[in-house]
Design a protein around this ligand. Structure first.
Ligand SMILES: Cc1cc2nc3c(=O)[nH]c(=O)nc-3n(C[C@H](O)[C@H](O)[C@H](O)COP(=O)(O)OP(=O)(O)OC[C@H]3O[C@@H](n4cnc5c(N)ncnc54)[C@H](O)[C@@H]3O)c2cc1C
Length: 458
């Protein structure tokens, strides 16, 4: 039986697995490889930070899903692809393939800014979301016992990148902090905290329709979020952002800095193709094969691929990954049956951007909505998109509970450490999360008592 390897169990990889269900175990031996044993539903990550949804409800168990789809699952990290021998080399083993679907998504792109890499939080994974949530609560606790004149410095959050991810996060942060101040931290006042977005373009959300991005900017500012437009962040140090605005170098004092200004493909893609964009994405033909490896049975989809459509490379979004997965699977079947490969055609459904409680901007098939109706639409579309009943129910009940009783701010995890390799201690038991991914601080130290000292001073 021919072997299909699917690398990455995110939006693209999981769609491929479900499309292969009918053939898996009969025509093909299908295996999914992912470094995690779960898949993350990224559009709801901002709601993990605000506590609107519990983390468990927006991750999907890959072992269970692959089993239901007659496929195998291997938890391993891909290191490189040996095209000549049709092998994928991973940390724990190497795996042969006849066909390969690469869907390993992206990582944070600091665009060569080493200072940002060292001082900013990443915001990509479930542990980034959880860590941010507990840092936020920790800071609210700290602010209570801090003199008023120093509080604003402690409760100052900056988000670099005013795209969908950054704006959604900023809105959730503000909603959460305001609610908590009103209900639980009444000694803190609204003017004691500050959330700032730095955006390179003249408006936030530059990727959406301009009329909606202008409206969104107005609304976000009315919400109390400071927006610094036309800003290019040059350097970040402990507590200071140095940025260039219209040729003038300026400084902004802050505490927590989150970087949401771009993504890049995984490094191992170098072994697959030399034809890549500067952000590492592999240039693909219309049939989704790499432009310099058309006959190797390899298909590249989602954030890993650079697919040109109407003269522009399409931005990395979930619907693109899912639609490409369907064509990649069809093309594997076409190859098996000796049919010509099918071209991929992107169907743009529009976009959905949450601006926090009771407001969103939505464009569905060209129909534009904003305000409370758009917010309900956002919720309905995404709860449908979760696609797994028990998770849908989980998210639904999370929302009901938060609507009835508000978000909780129990500090059940003491989060210490650096943004890249978040270290957590729970009830005295120290666990490490993402330490192997700690790119910025390689000097986090755990002493014999289990106490963690972070290499980055904050
Ligand atoms: C906070 C946030 C919010 C977002 N919101 C939206 C939104 O509202 N709408 C939207 O359309 N898009 C959104 N996106 C973008 C969207 O998540 C991506 O475009 C989409 O996930 C890409 O799908 P993919 O299949 O290419 O990769 P992913 O879904 O990222 O999946 C990649 C998988 O590969 C695995 N992997 C990575 N490297 C390796 C390796 N070396 N070895 C083994 N496994 C590996 C990962 O663990 C992961 O499971 C958001 C992204 C973020 C970070």
């Amino acid at each position: 039986m021919k072997k299909i390897l699917v690398l990455g169990g995110g939006f693209g990889g999981l769609t491929a697995i479900t499309k292969l269900k009918r053939y898996a175990g009969k025509l093909f031996d299908v295996t999914l490889i992912d470094k995690n044993n779960y898949s993350l539903f990224t559009p709801m990550l901002p709601e993990v930070v605000s506590g609107n949804v519990t983390p468990d409800n927006i991750v999907f168990p890959l072992r269970e899903i692959t089993k239901k789809n007659n496929s195998n699952f291997i938890r391993d990290t891909v290191l490189y692809v040996d095209r000549e021998n049709k092998l994928v080399k991973c940390e724990k083993g190497e795996y042969h393939y006849d066909y390969l679907i690469i869907a390993t998504g992206s990582t944070t792109n600091f665009r060569g800014n080493k200072t940002a890499e060292e001082h900013c939080f990443e915001y990509k994974s479930i542990s980034d979301g959880i860590a941010l949530k507990y840092f936020l609560i920790e800071l609210l606790e700290a602010a209570v016992s801090t003199p008023k004149e120093e509080r604003r410095r402690i409760l100052s959050f900056s988000i670099i990148g005013g795209g969908i991810t950054g704006v959604e996060l900023a809105c959730e942060l503000v909603d959460f902090i305001k609610l908590k101040i009103k209900k639980d931290y009444s000694s803190i006042s609204y003017d004691d905290f500050e959330v700032t977005i730095f955006e390179y373009a003249k408006n936030i959300l530059p990727a959406i329709d301009e009329s909606q991005s202008i409206k969104a900017q107005q609304y976000v500012e009315e919400k109390g979020i400071k927006i610094i437009n036309n800003a290019s962040v040059d350097r970040v140090s402990d507590g200071v952002i140095y940025y260039n605005q219209n040729g003038e170098v300026k400084e902004h004092l802050t505490n927590i800095i989150v970087w949401t200004a771009g993504v890049k493909a995984q490094d191992f893609l170098k072994s697959v193709s030399n034809e890549r964009l500067p952000d590492g994405r592999i240039k693909v033909n219309k049939n989704l094969t790499p432009v310099d490896a058309q006959n190797d049975g390899i298909f590249v989809i989602g954030d890993s691929s650079a697919y040109e459509y109407k003269g522009k490379v399409l931005p990395p979004v979930a619907p693109l990954a899912m639609q490409q997965a369907t064509i990649a699977v069809k093309n594997i079947l076409n190859l098996e049956n000796g049919f010509p490969l099918q071209d991929f055609k992107y169907i743009h459904f529009g976009y959905l951007v949450s601006l926090g409680k009771n407001n969103s901007v939505v464009n569905l098939f060209g129909l534009k909505f904003r305000g409370a109706f758009a917010y309900i639409l956002w919720k309905l579309v995404y709860i449908y998109k979760i696609g797994m009943l028990r998770k849908q129910l989980g998210v639904f009940f999370d929302w009901v509970m938060v609507t009835l009783f508000g978000n909780e701010a129990s500090l059940i995890m003491n989060v210490e450490g650096c943004p890249g390799g978040v270290l957590k201690s729970i009830n005295g038991y120290t666990i490490k999360v993402n330490v192997e991914n700690c790119k910025r601080c390689s000097h986090c130290v755990i002493d014999v008592t289990g106490k963690i000292t972070c290499g980055i001073k904050r």
